[in-house]
Design a protein around this ligand. Structure first.
Ligand SMILES: *Cc1c(COP(=O)(O)O)cnc(C)c1O
Length: 379
């Protein structure tokens, strides 16, 4: 396929190029698993858990089967279920809301900040107060999401969680590698959940996830829940659990990827800075948040309206430059979720969904490709 400029199209995510770059390490790691054949909870899982815990500044890490299962295990450990309200941003990936619903709890959608796209503390307080006043649901938990790789406002979230005695968790699926107040994310909340879906900054070659925590009792509970609720011995079942383990092969892939992870984060940041410098005079670019360093899972610009977004996307496509929309609908407007919503307007989430546009930001992009992306957006 060629484009109007004659240049080959740019990839939104370039896993083949990445695989070429880390190929030797990867082969070595995968071959080792093929040798020992401990495909479930093999030594690579333990090694990865230790490395991720150290990286995220947490005492414990439990490798699980996906970012979604990580959220589920954390919520199951808190006995979140029918009658419970779980506060979460309306502008996030579906998994954040899906899990409380699966467990019989009710997601309460919170609006987000128009500049950072992160959960808005003012809206959060309003939503908690409303649930308390109505008295139908019991406020139980807040899920902070580090959307697009940028840390959520953790200091304020911790204050609000303490004030209302709510469980606080970090859906860090998009932001492992990001920094907040000078340290890596991984211990901002009681539990931090990670995803290794291939498109995440630390992506595997299939599904995978992990839970970080400083609480030894919770870590033990998470380990039990990921293996059918098993107790101290193999066939003792203490609680209803699930099959939620991280595969050894995924752990092997992730160990190989972890070696070059810091350099990838630096490259993502370089690309993001270049986009901002090249575009900030014509569109709204991501804001700098003091004391926060994004992992740049996603770099999104904001257009004036949906028409301008459509025109921009079409122009980019013609130039061989891909784009994506995260997310075209806020969760409280989704067909599956809107009946769980109390009808309150969440104007920022609704407006963002119609105007936001993501540019490719993967670390394999060349400077020439970055320049092409900027030129295509500018038109
Ligand atoms: C990707 C993602 C998840 C789910 O992770 P999976 O590994 O795909 O299950 C959860 N929350 C957010 C915010 C995500 O981006």
């Amino acid at each position: 396929m060629t484009t109007t400029s004659g240049a080959p199209p740019i990839a939104f995510l370039d896993l083949p190029a990445q695989q070429k770059r880390i190929g030797a390490k990867l082969k070595q790691r995968v071959d080792a698993v093929m040798e020992h054949c401990r495909f479930v909870l093999g030594p690579e899982v333990t090694e990865l858990e230790e490395k991720l815990a150290a990286y995220g500044g947490a005492a414990h890490c439990v490798g699980v089967s996906s970012g979604t299962d990580a959220i589920q295990i954390v919520m199951m450990a808190e006995n979140i279920g029918p009658g419970d309200a779980v506060f979460l941003p309306a502008f996030t990936y579906t998994a954040t809301a899906e899990v409380p619903l699966l467990l019989g709890a009710t997601p309460v959608f919170v609006d987000v900040d128009p500049e950072t796209f992160q959960i808005d503390p003012v809206s959060l307080r309003e939503r908690i107060e409303k649930v308390r006043k109505e008295g139908r649901l019991k406020p139980r938990a807040i899920v902070g999401v580090d959307l697009f790789g940028l840390p959520a406002p953790w200091e304020v979230l911790r204050q609000i969680a303490a004030e209302y005695e709510l469980f606080l968790m970090d859906d860090c699926a998009q932001a492992f590698g990001a920094s907040y107040q000078g340290h890596k994310l991984g211990h901002e909340a009681v539990a931090t959940t990670l995803s290794f879906f291939p498109s995440k900054p630390l992506g595997g070659y299939g599904d995978g996830g992990a839970i970080l925590t400083n609480d030894a009792d919770r870590a033990e509970l998470y380990r039990s829940l990921r293996t059918h609720g098993e107790g101290g011995t193999r066939y003792e079942v203490l609680r209803t659990g699930m099959n939620g383990r991280l595969d050894t092969l995924q752990a092997a892939v992730l160990l190989a990827k972890l070696e070059g992870f810091e350099e990838e984060l630096i490259r993502r940041d370089e690309i993001a800075q270049a986009y901002t410098a090249g575009l900030e005079d014509i569109v709204a670019t991501p804001v700098d948040v003091e004391d926060s360093q994004s992992a740049w899972a996603i770099y999104s610009i904001l257009l004036r309206d949906t028409d301008e977004r459509m025109e921009t996307q079409a122009r980019m496509k013609a130039a061989g430059v891909p784009s994506a929309i995260y997310y075209p609908l806020p969760l409280h407007k989704q067909p599956a979720y809107r009946r769980h919503h109390d009808g309150v307007a969440l104007p920022v989430s609704e407006s963002l969904a119609g105007r936001i546009l993501a540019l490719p930001v993967h670390p394999e992009l060349t400077d020439a490709e970055v320049a092409r992306v900027i030129a295509a957006v500018r038109g």
